[in-house]
Write a new protein. Structure first.
Length: 165
């Protein structure tokens, strides 16, 4: 029998079971608050922010959200949509530099029927992918194994941003 050790997961498990759900919008709170590391915000632009997903599909899963609370792309000005997409490109390049993924999934889920977990504040997912990152755990156990903790990933990405990535 093989053993899989993921001791960092205990902090995640304890947080899920002991922390009540956050009130309000995570993106608006992240934009207004000043505790970027706690909120997993990596950087801000004039109209958008880049942050780690607290419940990632894979390590390094980022989200880019406009600063304004809108549910649809049509509600963004041309300046805001350009800024959002420039941040998507920056997030993509950051992950390429920091994680060397073999590919990416990028997407926008609009509305509940479209798969949006946060319906009221549109955002873009940037998910790094590696050959072989799907295995029997995902298929049989409906479990994803993410080999690095969120704070470690945050620190690594934040360091790349400081270095100019």
């Amino acid at each position: 029998m093989e053993r899989m050790w993921a001791p960092w997961r205990m902090a995640y498990i304890n947080n899920i079971s002991n922390t009540p759900p956050q009130e309000g919008c995570i993106f608006c709170s992240a934009w207004k608050e000043n505790d970027d590391r706690e909120r997993l915000v990596l950087t801000r632009s004039g109209h958008s922010l880049i942050m780690l997903n607290r419940y990632p599909y894979s390590g390094g899963h980022l989200m880019v959200a406009p600063s304004r609370h809108v549910s649809d792309m049509d509600d963004l000005s041309d300046t805001e949509i350009l800024d959002l997409m420039q941040c998507v490109r920056r997030a993509h390049n950051l992950l390429k530099a920091a994680c060397s993924p073999h590919g990416f999934n990028m997407g926008i889920n609009l509305g509940k029927a479209g798969g949006a977990g946060i319906e009221d504040h549109m955002h873009v997912h940037i998910v790094p992918r590696w050959n072989g990152d799907t295995n029997f755990m995902s298929v049989v156990g409906d479990v994803r194994v993410i080999p690095e903790g969120l704070q470690e990933t945050y620190d690594r990405l934040a360091e790349k941003i400081k270095a100019g990535a």
